[in-house]
Design a protein around this ligand. Structure first.
Ligand code: UDP
Length: 234
């Protein structure tokens, strides 16, 4: 499958058309941004690692009955995906308090939540992806009632599957972000699942093995991404 016209360039990925109008190619870049792209950098080989990790996690989720946009990996930096209309809603699932939730509520990072917390953020960089609730999402017609019920149910299922998987790899899945899209009347899990979009802490040492190493200048960034890949494939 050949790349045709570039459709879109985001902060970490590019998307291209193919000969088939239903299929697109997603390219993973090494570029990293944080804090609304005010902090920029490159993480060497990140694109290759995130492509591999996303492939493995999409395949895992598909095997457990979650439909995704993933079709197949094409090479180091490219995956073939189904064309979806992205729903402008970022779904954040949290198992342990960190990042935005710690700041919003003045809670120390690391508090284990009694039950997972699902958050919606309106996907709009110029507004800094503001936190909204299910009523905003429906009243603003970002999604229908039926779509939102489906997204919520799937997000909790995805959390259960991923939490159990990473637990076996001695990684604590702290939180992560999901995006969904519409494809031929169905809602598919889209985007990527990687150390760019999840927080992983080593179960024993509590060492951060994700993009927080870049956001917070913790060093050994490439090594952390490599380590997650190593554990995911072990
Ligand atoms: N996240 C993401 N993209 C975003 C914002 C957050 O992938 O634009 C991920 C982030 O890596 C973390 C989770 O979503 O795993 C929760 O992030 P949070 O809301 O705490 O925001 P942050 O602290 O990253 O600003």
């Amino acid at each position: 499958m050949q790349k045709k016209k570039q459709l879109y360039e985001g902060k970490a990925k590019k998307v291209y058309e193919t000969d088939n109008p239903d299929l697109l190619i997603q390219e993973f870049k090494d570029d990293a941004t944080a804090f609304d792209a005010t902090k920029r950098g490159t993480i060497k080989t990140k694109g290759i690692i995130n492509n591999k990790i996303s492939k493995i996690l999409f395949e895992l989720l598909e095997s457990k009955g979650i439909e995704t946009h993933f079709v197949k990996q094409l090479d180091d930096r490219h995956m073939l995906i189904k064309r979806v209309e992205i729903i402008p809603l970022e779904v954040t699932m949290r198992n342990t308090v960190a990042g935005g939730m710690a700041k919003l509520l003045g809670i120390e990072e690391g508090l284990k939540l009694k039950e997972p917390v699902l958050e919606y953020h309106y996907k709009d960089d110029s507004l800094h992806d503001p936190l909204i609730n299910n009523y905003h999402a429906k009243a603003l017609k970002l999604v229908t009632d039926e779509e939102l019920d489906f997204i919520e149910k799937k997000s909790f299922e995805i959390n259960n599957i991923l939490k159990a998987f990473f637990d076996r790899k001695d990684l604590d899945l702290i939180d992560f972000k999901l995006e969904f899209g519409r494809h031929k009347g169905k809602i598919l899990l889209a985007d990527e699942i990687s150390p760019d979009t999840c927080r992983f802490w080593d179960k024993k040492t509590r060492e951060k093995l994700d993009k927080d190493r870049f956001r917070r200048d913790l060093g050994r960034i490439e090594e952390a991404y490599q380590e997650v890949l190593r554990r995911v494939t072990s």
